[in-house]
Design a protein around this ligand. Structure first.
Ligand SMILES: C[C@@H](N)C(=O)N[C@H](C)C(=O)O
Ligand SMILES: [Zn+2]
Length: 265
């Protein structure tokens, strides 16, 4: 459901909750959101209706577990547990794993390898996100009574505002080429790693999370830029509203692939 209070219109898409109808609902919400609410200039390539693949397994979707490439990558997959903005395990996350399309996974492995000699490492929060997880996010946004995580995750915004760039009704994560992550600094042996201070926690939705936020301290901005540069060298570009969100792109005009709805297990 979306409602634009200023322009005084809204719309609701009701489904029976089945996978097919939820995917349709996600696509309709995306199209309506982009047409009526989002700034079309912000995401010009997103006008076409997204396609949900009928792949039923990780292999069919061409997704690989990052731990096949980097067995000791640091990760805490937030949506597989309850410590996230929904406050509960999210649909489609049956195990805390990071799956990505092979090209993105290989690029991420190269970024992590390039950081290690500098006593830095990546720490991953989310990778491929099943379409049903995004549908869960949308139901959570629409539930105006559930404010359990507001103080921690969106103290300065109302839930509908989260759809204005902080939570996507159709997410690049569902295409398998997007990752949420931060940086760790480790000792000379690669142990005792600590997260760098980025100024907010993961999934803090508000302007302080914007990568170039003037409210971040010089040290926090420098840490964010360290991540931007490391990821850029690997072919990933940052979403300017969230310092942790990166999408892999081989070329700026490459066609986006389909969405996937294979559960992470
Ligand atoms: C929800 C947050 N972690 C995120 O990934 N936001 C972007 C905009 C998305 O949902 O794709
Ligand atoms: Zn993200």
């Amino acid at each position: 459901m979306f409602f634009d209070a200023e322009k005084k219109y809204g719309f609701v898409v009701i489904t029976n909750g089945s996978r097919g109808e939820e995917a349709f609902r996600t696509a309709v919400n995306r199209a309506l959101h982009e047409h009526f609410i989002a700034d079309p200039a912000a995401e010009p390539a997103a006008a076409a209706a997204p396609v949900v693949s009928d792949a039923a397994t990780r292999a069919e979707a061409g997704l690989v577990d990052i731990r096949e490439l980097v067995p000791d990558i640091s990760q805490s997959i937030a949506y597989a547990g309850s410590d996230n903005f929904v406050g509960a395990p999210v649909d489609g996350y049956e195990a805390p794993r990071c799956w990505l399309k092979r090209d993105a996974a290989e690029a991420l492995a190269r970024v992590d390898a390039a950081l290690r000699p500098r006593q830095l490492r990546l720490h991953v929060f989310d990778c491929y996100r099943p379409a049903r997880a995004v549908a869960h996010f949308m139901r959570w946004v629409e539930d105006a009574d559930d404010l359990a995580t507001k103080a921690t995750h969106y103290p300065d915004l109302d839930k509908p505002q989260l759809l204005e760039g902080y939570i996507a009704p159709v997410s690049g994560h569902s295409r398998g080429g997007t990752v949420d992550l931060t940086l760790l600094r480790c000792d000379a042996d690669g142990n005792d790693c600590e997260p760098l201070d980025m100024g907010t926690g993961f999934d803090f939705f508000g302007t302080r999370a914007n990568t170039d936020s003037p409210d971040a301290s010089p040290g926090q901005r420098a840490n964010r830029q360290l991540l931007v540069e490391a990821m850029k060298d690997g072919g990933f570009h940052n979403h300017p509203m969230e310092w942790w969100h990166y999408t892999f792109a081989t070329s700026p005009d490459s066609a986006p692939g389909p969405l996937y709805d294979v559960p992470v297990r």
